[in-house]
Design a protein. Structure first.
Length: 248
């Protein structure tokens, strides 16, 4: 006999897979789905949540990858009896809507503004050279037609490393390149003039951060990072609003 359903319909969000994954994780972490308990069948989950079977399979695959469920041939999926320690991560697949990108930017503001102040206070000459090299690499990547996301990530990570507090870089490494979801900016669709304007604006913001860190101006460094992330936030809001307008 199948266990009773413990989750409700998934709202029609931009990313149904993520919504179902989050729902199941919440049920596992709360104990509503206990260790060793069999999950409802794919068809039962489809009927309970209203999502497609493809979404259900993708969600279950994501849970298996995280070690939260196991599957037994012919028996179905079960909550892992010994789940891995709770961890926090942001994966690229989690950023399938601009609203999700905005939530990550809010998190980054909470982390990086303070970290940039610490970097200004504690930075070494080697750290400054690392940051400058990352900005040069970013500019070269964008001019060559790339997104520059890895180089942008490297610049922000170098700032965190300059704090001399390894917990900052450990947290950032948990997110990886998902922290800089450059694919939403659609650089490949820009004209050469538009790319040049975008690069100039981005590098001005980055150079302001670097200059304040180099000057050991803690308050200016915090302001520059907050300004940079706030402007990024506003740009993503504009992208979201434009996408909504195009659908109307």
């Amino acid at each position: 006999m199948a266990e009773p359903m413990t989750f409700d319909a998934i709202p029609q969000a931009p990313n149904l897979r993520t919504g179902l994954v989050n729902t199941l994780i919440a049920q596992i972490e709360s104990g509503d789905l206990a260790p060793g308990q069999r999950l409802p069948t794919e068809q039962e989950i489809v009927a309970a949540t209203g999502v497609s079977r493809t979404v259900v399979r993708e969600a279950l695959a994501a849970l298996r990858a995280r070690g939260l469920i196991t599957t037994r041939q012919g028996l179905g999926a079960f909550v892992a009896k010994d789940p891995p320690p709770k961890t926090f991560s942001v994966l690229p697949d989690d950023l399938e809507s601009i609203d999700e990108v905005l939530r990550v930017l809010e998190l980054r503001m909470g982390i990086e503004v303070e970290a940039t102040g610490l970097a200004a206070e504690r930075r070494s000459e080697a750290a400054l050279q690392q940051m400058s090299a990352r900005l040069d690499a970013l500019e070269a990547a964008v001019r060559a037609g790339g997104s520059g996301s890895e180089e942008d990530f490297g610049f922000h990570r170098a700032i965190l490393a300059a704090t001399q507090n390894p917990n900052f870089t450990r947290l950032f490494d948990t997110f990886g390149s998902a922290m800089v979801p450059r694919h939403w900016t659609r650089l490949d669709r820009m004209t050469e003039a538009e790319r040049e304007k975008y690069l100039d604006r981005m590098q001005r913001e980055h150079r302001a951060i670097l200059g304040a860190i180099e000057a050991r101006d803690v308050n200016a460094a915090r302001r520059a990072m907050r300004s940079h992330l706030t402007k990024s936030y506003a740009r993503f809001e504009d992208l979201r609003d434009k996408a909504v307008h195009d659908l109307d």
